[in-house]
Design a protein around this ligand. Structure first.
Ligand code: SF4
Ligand code: SF4
Length: 345
């Protein structure tokens, strides 16, 4: 049979995606902004972005003959308070998307099932490539043109009904599928995300300076966190959700019942000292199959150290180390530089 857009979208929903839309492959004007963004230095140490800028400008460079992009969105929000509502000074704040299972694994498996089904259901041959965040694709641009949501001033995809706590994942293919209408921008005169960002990282509407963003600094940045931003971290140890938490379209946002995104034991509102005092092996077990591994163990220890300094828990940072200590990563020179800085502050 000839596969239709409707059939593909129905199958995607059946496989656990919350939204699915189709965009054509075109030279969308938004795609060209990436090189400007990189030239402004906003990518920081993410050299891989600059290296792949040409491929990221057009999906036909990763799949010649591509004609459609099937974009999916999956709600990861769960029933827990926002970080800005947290009054517990010893709480270790972790971005909502990282509380459950690693979305790369969960969504890649669902996308693979979708592509397998498409090949079985389609009477013609076609090529397809499936990506979950890691591919050289400007997925938000395609998601916007597929009607999933618009790219907000905070640079996140926002669906007017579900909000912005959404994982994106897509299939680029050589099938000619009927496209959906693009989503309309509904930010209007709102500037709440820009005003709420503690580091001024939203340099202008729709322009994120990663080098100032707490998500970049706690996840992607290797080495030292610049001293200017350490106090702004508060008790955030992995990522930052503030510019999404204040967004009117997340008041309230849709909640997922999917077991994959429920906070795993140990990541459900942990305290800073609990995590700091855990052995390296225990942290490794806790983070097995979690997206948090991207920060590396030393990066996570660095973040926890800064957060404990901000929470007034410097004493715990320097005590409890003896010959039997199972926290080798705490002795990492970079982590200890942060600890010394906090002690001397
Ligand atoms: S994630 Fe946090 S630091 Fe980054 S832009 Fe949003 S509010 Fe600012
Ligand atoms: S907070 Fe306001 S300006 Fe920012 S993304 Fe949401 S609606 Fe747009």
């Amino acid at each position: 049979m000839v596969l239709t857009s409707l059939q593909v979208k129905q199958k995607a929903i059946e496989l656990g995606f919350d939204l699915c839309g189709i965009s054509p492959v075109e030279d969308f004007s938004e795609l060209s902004f990436l090189s400007t963004w990189i030239n402004r230095g906003y990518a920081g140490e993410m050299d891989w972005m600059a290296r792949s800028v040409s491929r990221r400008s057009d999906v036909r460079k990763i799949l010649p003959g591509a004609t459609s992009v099937i974009s999916t969105a999956t709600i990861y929000n769960v029933d827990r308070p926002y970080s800005t509502e947290n009054t517990e000074s010893s709480a270790a704040l972790i971005s909502r998307y990282a509380w459950g299972d690693d979305y790369h694994d969960v969504l890649q498996s669902r996308l693979d099932k979708l592509v397998t089904w498409m090949h079985k259901a389609s009477e013609g041959l076609f090529e397809a490539k499936a990506y979950v965040d890691t591919g050289p694709i400007q997925e938000r641009v395609y998601a916007q043109h597929a009607g999933i949501g618009w790219i907000g001033k905070n640079t996140c995809i926002i669906n007017p009904i579900l909000g912005s706590w959404l994982f994106l994942a897509e299939v680029v293919c050589t099938l000619l599928l009927e496209p959906d209408p693009p989503a309309l921008n509904q930010c209007g005169t709102c500037n709440l995300c820009i005003e709420a960002c503690p580091t001024g990282a939203i340099a202008a509407p729709y322009e994120l300076d990663s080098t100032r963003c707490l998500s970049y600094l706690t996840i992607e940045k290797r080495g030292d966190i610049p001293t200017d931003y350490r106090s702004e971290l508060g008790t955030r140890i992995y990522g930052c959700d503030i510019c999404q938490e204040v967004c009117p379209y997340n008041q309230p946002a849709a909640i997922s019942k999917d077991s994959s995104w429920q906070p795993r034991h140990g990541l459900d509102q942990p305290t800073l000292s609990e995590l700091w005092l855990m052995s390296d092996d225990a942290v490794g077990n806790l983070l097995k199959g979690s997206a948090i591994t991207r920060a590396k163990l030393s990066g996570l220890r660095r973040n926890i150290a800064v957060a404990m300094g901000n929470a007034g828990e410097v004493d715990t940072l320097v005590k409890s180390k003896d010959a039997t200590d199972q926290r080798i990563s705490v002795n990492d020179e970079m982590v200890q530089r942060h600890v010394r800085w906090l002690v001397e502050e």
